[in-house]
Design a binder for this molecule. Structure first.
Ligand code: XMP
Length: 520
């Protein structure tokens, strides 16, 4: 639980796939909220958290199941508004004396339309734009009798209790999911809910910046902090924020493994040194990394070598500055939530979200993680607030092992040079066509195959490359980007004309799954 001066909303997680979306909707309304799994929410927790309002998420369980997830009964005595969503509605009815029935034959999944009830309800102000509103349903069991004090304010053909409320206690419960995209006007329900609960909407990145600075000062005191700066958005925003808080007590180390893109190291180091005057060690260790990678073509071995060397190099520079008491990391809120997942353990699907995994244990340092409460777009907003240029904040993600995993087969300096040039032309094309921000990630992979071509009057025997561009929300799943044939043709021509060493260009149209975004 975080120290914050803001009013807080508590989201009790019953295991829905979309609980994070509830938090997103609330943060968009400048309301500070935290998600906690139901089994962590005890009476003592509630007393300490002191929420101004509570939301029960949906979930896959049935209230009839043995050990069904339940909130503590004391939550209903806090005297604050409560909103129950789907399973959250069933829980509310179950706890307060209503009835829930098993969903034989009445399960409902997908789009549905909720019609206005006879009575008005403040919470629904502005929600029904028409006589009926589109919503997204996804439930097996359903409420069959209301708890005392509750009334119906909206129905759908399969959900006679689609919207229910006890207006005297400000308890609201819906069978559908207002947080998802398919409930188009769902934001209004959250807006009305937080207004009714008296939230001031003061969770802004402007205010957050000042608080975070103070918190970093309190945590670090006169200690020393070291930060591995990768040039990615998260570590960059964390570094600039920490620098604002403690100035010269922070040292950043930019480990240059020789696997960066064209001009990338100069840009990153230049920006932080000149614009931010941030104490920064440019650790040019490309000889070391490329030397150890010589002759290696197995993808996992490459990753292990790079990861291991990264830690060695980082430790070397930490020693050089006389050690540090704290290690700064750009951990984000989704990583934090996943680590206390509903199932009680870290989710198997998360991937390591930074490139310094393994450092904290080995170096025995405390962590400074000033972005732990933020979602990615909030980090971007904070970055803007701190003056990082838009072009930097909007950059596509770049993996820790860099170009190594875009060079299948053996890595050579010559291939890396060709790859850097081809990638620069490709990204230039994407920017020129105004497509950069529509794409989650775009890059070139140089293939371990040479093919025959003809240029002018001569035969060529050069490398083939693959262009990759995907759309995605979080990198977990992805689709290839549908470039026009004109764009692809023009880009291929430019690469072949401008990049010696490449004579064939292909476009990778694999989605994820079954492919992955990177080639290794
Ligand atoms: P894949 O290839 O697994 O990539 O579909 C998903 C996203 O993760 C990035 N990626 C990494 N990022 N260190 C990172 O910081 C890594 O080792 C790493 N491997 C993959 C990849 O660029 C894509 O955005």
């Amino acid at each position: 639980m975080k120290q914050t001066s803001h009013d807080r909303l508590l989201i009790i997680d019953f295991g829905s796939q979309v609980t994070q979306l509830i938090a997103r909707r609330l943060r968009e309304l400048n309301v500070y909220c935290e998600i906690h799994p139901f089994n962590a929410v005890t009476d003592a927790f509630l007393a300490e958290f002191a929420p101004r309002a509570v939301i029960f998420s949906g979930g896959p369980s049935s209230v009839f199941a043995e050990g069904a997830p339940m909130p503590p009964m004391s939550v209903f005595d806090l005297g604050v508004p409560i909103l129950g969503i789907c399973y959250g509605q069933q829980v509310m009815m179950h706890c307060l004396g209503g009835k829930v029935e098993r969903g034989h034959g009445t399960a409902e999944f997908g789009r549905a339309y909720v019609s206005k009830g006879a009575k008005p309800l403040d919470w629904l102000n502005g929600w029904f734009l028409e006589e009926r509103e589109q919503v997204w349903m996804s439930h097996g069991d359903h409420v069959s009798a209301l708890a005392p004090g509750f009334e119906v304010f909206g129905t759908s053909p399969h959900a006679p209790f689609a919207i229910t409320a006890d207006p005297a206690r400000n308890f609201f419960a819906v069978q559908f999911h207002p947080e998802v995209h398919h409930t188009p006007n769902g934001k209004t329900l959250y807006q009305n809910f937080v207004k009714l609960a008296g939230f001031k909407g003061d969770w802004t990145m402007d205010a957050y910046r000042d608080e975070a600075v103070q918190r970093i000062r309190d945590q670090v005191g006169d200690g020393k902090v070291i930060c591995a700066l990768s040039g990615g958005v998260d570590s960059s925003v964390a570094a600039v924020l920490i620098h604002e808080a403690i100035g010269e007590q922070l040292t950043c180390v930019y480990v240059d493994h020789g696997l960066m893109r064209k001009a990338e190291s100069e840009q990153v180091v230049g920006m932080f040194r000149e614009h931010y005057n941030l104490p920064l060690i440019h650790a040019d260790e490309s000889e070391l990394f490329l030397g150890k990678l010589e002759g290696v073509s197995d993808p996992e071995t490459k990753r292990k070598i790079i990861g291991g060397l990264f830690i060695d190099v980082f430790e070397k520079y930490a020693k050089q500055i006389g050690g540090a008491d704290f290690l700064a990391q750009g951990t984000l809120y989704p990583d934090v939530i996943e680590s206390v997942s509903f199932s009680g353990g870290p989710s198997v699907t998360i991937k390591s979200h930074h490139n310094v995994g393994g450092l904290p244990e080995r170096m025995n340092m405390q962590l400074v993680e000033p972005l732990r409460e933020l979602f990615k777009d909030e980090v971007r907003a904070l970055g803007r607030e701190l003056g990082l240029p838009d072009s930097f904040i909007g950059r596509h993600p770049f993996p820790g092992p860099g170009l190594a995993i875009r060079c299948p087969g053996e890595i050579t300096r010559a291939k890396l040079d060709i790859l850097r040039e081809a990638d620069a032309v490709y990204i230039d094309q994407i920017r020129k066509h105004g497509l950069y921000d529509e794409i989650w990630q775009a890059f070139v992979a140089i293939l371990p195959v040479r093919t025959v071509g003809v240029m002018g009057d001569g035969r060529t025997y050069d490398f083939a490359c693959a262009l990759r561009a995907v759309t995605s929300v979080d990198g977990m799943t992805a689709d290839y980007y549908p470039f026009t044939h004109e764009f692809l043709g023009e880009t291929a021509t430019r690469i072949i004309n401008e990049v010696p060493g490449i004579n064939r260009v292909t476009y990778d149209i694999t989605s994820k799954p079954p492919g992955t975004i990177e080639w290794e």
